[in-house]
Design a protein around this ligand. Sequence first.
Ligand code: FAD
Ligand code: SF4
Length: 508
Amino acid sequence: YSQLRLILGDQLNASHSWLRQPCEDTLYVMMEMRQETDYVRHHRQKVLAFFAAMRNFANAIAHKHDVLYLTLDHQGNKQQLTDNLDMVLQHTKVQDFAYQAPDEWRLDEQLARYSPDGVSVSMVDTEHFLTARDALGDYFKDPNKVLLETFYRRLRKQYNYLMEGDKPAGGKWNYDHDNRKKLPDKVQVPTPLVFDNDVSELDVLLTKQGVDSFGEVDATALPWPVSRKQSRELLNFFLEHGLANFGRYQDAMSKRCWSLFHSRLSFSMNSKMLSPREVIESAIEAHHKQPDVINLAQIEGFVRQILGWREFVRAIYWDKMPDYANLNKLQHERALPEFYWTGDTKMACLQHAIRQSLQYAYAHHIQRLMITGNFALLIGADPVAVDAWYLGIYVDAIEWVELPNTRGMSQFADGGILATKPYASGGNYINNMGHYCKDCHYDVKQKHGEGSCPFNVLYWHFLDRHQQLFANNQRMSMMYRQWEKRESNEREAILTTANEYLIHLETL
Ligand code: FAD
Ligand code: SF4
């Protein structure tokens, strides 16, 4: 062979130009490694989904290309990326090595530092995203004053998505106001399409190799799509059953279904089995075909997530790393309560969001942000622990997207680079958007004292302890005024209950 090409586990892009033509003198290499199973403790379904998808991808491209696939138990597998590359390069005597730009800092550094003797090394694009890695500077003069809305509008124009000339289709850029409703009892939710993939062989392999993981799994029926074909099926299912209500119930929370009208396409996109362009363009096409069923508010809400948020958090990640991973503006240090790994808490909202995450390796955005994330923020949990939890538990969790969402958007540890104010709320928000409170041990209407909703008192405790930092934030001044208007004995009662709860977190 004259060239060795590495394909990482989240680079399963079958449309990559590398793969267009069969090339007899090129060898592709893919590897299952302990380096990847062990950098954080993952949900079992996440490890299984990645390995199963990698195996399917390797088998699919092997029809036209030569592929060396190192399984976890392959005799020569050194379980570390560059050691394995050394071994393959020595064995094949190839003098030209190429890889696709990794999306994670960790792997990018590892490969950037790799310079095997006598071998030329080059990096190519993954041909997946709609913006370049270092796009932030193209869109903002001051990279510390960035706004999703500005970034998103520029991209809408650049790609001509949902545009009428240089104006947004329908005359509005943002339909959030029409969206984000609570889920009424009478609205039917689709039964999620699951794939029941039998990955029991892989599961046995993980056990034999002693891979540590957590979460529930039925390895004879893994629900996640693990091939391009299944990913396309999930996309079509979403277009048919989810998109028409996507924006409307995007922020709704309910025990009735684990994914409501969400697409669950994040794993397929993050592993690159689906490209963001094809997802956006298929959704826009579905809207054009049935504009009365899939109205502008629904399609705009969906496009904003992928064209806007997904590209935006990636741009922030690459602009701010590696420092971003150590930011802790609020100096939070508390350990996460044990119930994050069991769901055993009397708080109905947390119990449901955590148990569902353990069961499916999935929770939708508002569960992540306003339930588990909000609680971690209010109690002052150490962002290192919070990151490790999110990076481990979700099937779609890869650092470039997990870190800005968790440390930035959810924990405000970046001091407001990603969000202009912390996503902190009391029980009222959860009650307004979800069905949890009526079945809860705690009373969402009670403002303090035993039995009061922990979110209520912890919210004011959070504002009170960070007054210096937030009192001048325009978007929060109204809440501070409300706090100051209260009688001092009421404020004291709230803080006393909050302190009690903080001491006894594990029993909440
Ligand atoms: P849908 O609701 O159907 O949305 C469609 C798509 O939009 C998603 O598949 C995703 O690709 C994209 N999207 C939506 N919101 C975001 C966002 N905030 N950032 C980036 N992309 C977005 N997403 C991940 O892909 N991996 C993560 O590790 C991850 N960690 C998160 C941690 C926290 C604390 C929070 C608050 C959010 C996190 N997100 C993460 C973003 C978002 O919650 C998930 O992308 C979404 O829930 C995936 O489910 P879905 O495919 O059904 O999304
Ligand atoms: Fe969650 Fe509070 Fe509602 Fe209970 S009362 S479900 S803790 S918001």
